[in-house]
Design a protein around this ligand. Sequence first.
Ligand SMILES: [Zn+2]
Length: 151
Amino acid sequence: MGVVRYEGLPFVARFRWNTGKIMEKFYEKFAEKQIIAARCENCGYTVVPPRMICPKCSSKMDEKNLVNMDGRGVVLSHTVVRKKLDGKGNFIDLNKPEIVAAIKLKGADSQIFVRLGEVEAEELKPGMEVVPVWAEKPEGKPSDLLYFKPG
Ligand SMILES: [Zn+2]
């Protein structure tokens, strides 16, 4: 994969990480409101989003390693985000603060960082169970997964 440059950042960003076919499947499954992981046949490590190389033992993985998650997860930690970047290197205030959490999906060994909704930061506790909230008509793209909520 070649070097990809993105406009709108205050620096030149180069990405050399090829997500490959396995990552395409990850987003395709969003159309079915389904989250998938890759489970290593060698060591059993289960990673979300799926990767082509096991992060634990470096074994190669492909589509035969993909497994369905039920989508439920638990909150490991969270933070409240009050500002965002405007694409020119400036911070701008969010109208409404957002909660970003590290969660671990049931059956996964890795964690993902997601936005939490329908909950106040004061109500959050580590170990709280959360479920995904999907777009009404998912199309198999990242924006299909709106956020996670307690459930
Ligand atoms: Zn492994």
